[in-house]
Ligand binder design. Sequence first.
Ligand code: ACO
Length: 330
Amino acid sequence: MKRIGILGLGYNFPKTILTNAELEKMVDTSDEWITQRTGIKERHIVGNETMANSDMILPAAEKAIAEAGIDKSEIDVIIVGTVTPDYFFPSTAAMLQKKLGIKHAMVLDFSAGCTGFLYGLDIARGLILSGNYKYVLTVGSEQLTKITNWEDRNTCVLFGDGSGAAIVGDMKDDKGHEIIGVLNDGDGHLGDLLIMYGGGSVNPMSHEMIDKKLQYLNMDKGGEVFKHAILNMTKISLNLLKKHDMTTEQIDWLIPHQANIRIMEKVAERLNIPKERVAITVDRYGNTSAASIPMALGTYIDEGKIKEGQMLLMTAFGAGFTWGSAIIKW
Ligand code: ACO
């Protein structure tokens, strides 16, 4: 069996910072409420910059390609997990391909909410195992602030913008970080708890749709989302560990989706992983959805916290609902 791994990693985020103090001037909220309920202190946002999602991905993708030590022309698939694409079509993957200057690759976007990066690793691994493709540029990237209703205090304090990119390929010569296992799941029955109602086939773009503010991300019952996130992230992580005959004692770092510090603490507690071994970046980036895991991973590597040879457990939950887990030997 081929060993499939992450051969290179990159992440990127916009320069503009939006602090809790600034949000206090925009909606009826407080730094204290946001910090206590979510752990977020600030987030990076596109703001007034002219930057498409694919523009934001480009430096992350270039870094991943350089680290993998491959020529970009060798990439034969680009997949982008996002709910904030450049356009409905063509795909953000196609726009990224153009910006990278690559002429031949299968290019596609997929919508898996905050589980985008883990769904991406699963898809990439399967495509490489098919024998038809060599290197998959796997991206999780969101500009959720472009679909945020800045008058809705229930959601506008939660999100930030950012991108993560990885080159996934065969670990020949033992180069790379092995994906020991990856498992994903989903259930559409509660999909309307976290949804953007407008713009698609149900509510096509119209003045009426805009008047009803359907062009924004909508979250009903944050507490329900919270509960399902904890349950499913814990369950799928335990299932994956069991599948690979592993226990959480073998895990050096838990890298959970960075939605909310309380969700992460509860998942860690249920998995019996001490908080010193949990990667946390939600305080500085907010919830960057599909980008949050590669951004946390990259940040912890840059800070020298995550080291070569360590065992990583990743888990995420998001719109759909979707959820997943991955074990990677870094
Ligand atoms: N500032 C001040 N007060 C607020 C704010 C705010 N920004 N937002 C909501 N409130 C109020 C509510 O109106 C409510 O007031 P009320 O009791 O008078 O009605 C009160 O705070 C308590 O609200 P709750 O919803 O009970 O607060 P909770 O402790 O559940 O925290 C939160 C809310 C942070 C949204 C939490 O439920 C959560 O994190 N859920 C997960 C949702 C999430 O992360 N979604 C992102 C996408 S999915 C994902 O990434 C996993």
